[in-house]
Design a binder for this molecule. Sequence first.
Ligand SMILES: *[C@@H]1O[C@H](CO)[C@@H](O)[C@H](O)[C@H]1NC(C)=O
Ligand SMILES: *[C@@H]1O[C@H](CO)[C@@H](O)[C@H](O)[C@H]1NC(C)=O
Ligand SMILES: *[C@@H]1O[C@H](CO)[C@@H](O)[C@H](O)[C@H]1NC(C)=O
Length: 259
Amino acid sequence: MGSAALLLLFLTAVHVTAATVHQHSQCLDNPPDMSLRGVEAGEVVDDLPGGFRAYVTGPSKSSHAVVLASDVYGFEAPILRKIADQVAAKGYYVVVPDFFHGDPYNDSKILSEWIKSHSPVTAAQDAKPLFASLRNKGKSIGVGGYCWGGKFATEIAKTDDVKVAVLSHPAYVIVDDMKEVKWPIEILGAQNDTITPPEQVRHFDQALRQRMDIEYFVKIFPRVAHGFACRYNTSDPFAVKSAEQALAYMLDWFHKYLK
Ligand SMILES: *[C@@H]1O[C@H](CO)[C@@H](O)[C@H](O)[C@H]1NC(C)=O
Ligand SMILES: *[C@@H]1O[C@H](CO)[C@@H](O)[C@H](O)[C@H]1NC(C)=O
Ligand SMILES: *[C@@H]1O[C@H](CO)[C@@H](O)[C@H](O)[C@H]1NC(C)=O
């Protein structure tokens, strides 16, 4: 091989490496805009069972609780807080835990590195005391998860900790998960989602259809991408409307199955 060919090989390798490092993930699009933080109906508490900080909102005496699991940006995102308040306005006691214990993803980190110490599967195990304390207070619980939280919600839906689950543009969820969930599950996907593309969502649908033993609902929202339900361009009316619809679908599902 001549030196020119070697140089070309070398340059190609450098190019590929750079492309991998800078590979863009839709999980990171439209990061939360903290300046959107408005008046919040709830408060942050420090000492929930399991050692969690959490944003809590809604009537604490309600017999129905909803745990919302955030995306990688964590529980401080203003839009997520607003969703929590909107769910609470329907009469639910809503808990948005800080599953990352003060270490959410931010753009100074590499997602593939960060995720190694922030597994949604491990988080679901660590959250057992939190769900147990809500159940011990006589509450039946629903879980709603976004992106990272979609996998968290899936894992929780395999246990008796909840009665119902909603996944909005989930990440890391695989078809085999659908064979193990035990409760009515709603999956809201997006046409332009490159993390969990429509084809994958349709595989979830097929797996659930074969089960016969659980209720499920699957919808793919047109002309929106991964993140559409909780991270979107708030100046884009279509994006805003799609997110409002996703929230309405989630509320309907909780209303129907959280008894
Ligand atoms: C990103 O996360 C690191 C580690 O948690 C933290 O020290 C840093 O302040 C964060 N950066 C921003 C911009 O929030
Ligand atoms: C979705 O994909 C369509 C077709 O590729 C494209 O025209 C549109 O701009 C995309 N929209 C979003 C929000 O990603
Ligand atoms: C958000 O939407 C508005 C209205 O459609 C558009 O003008 C603007 O460029 C969008 N911003 C981003 C960051 O995509």
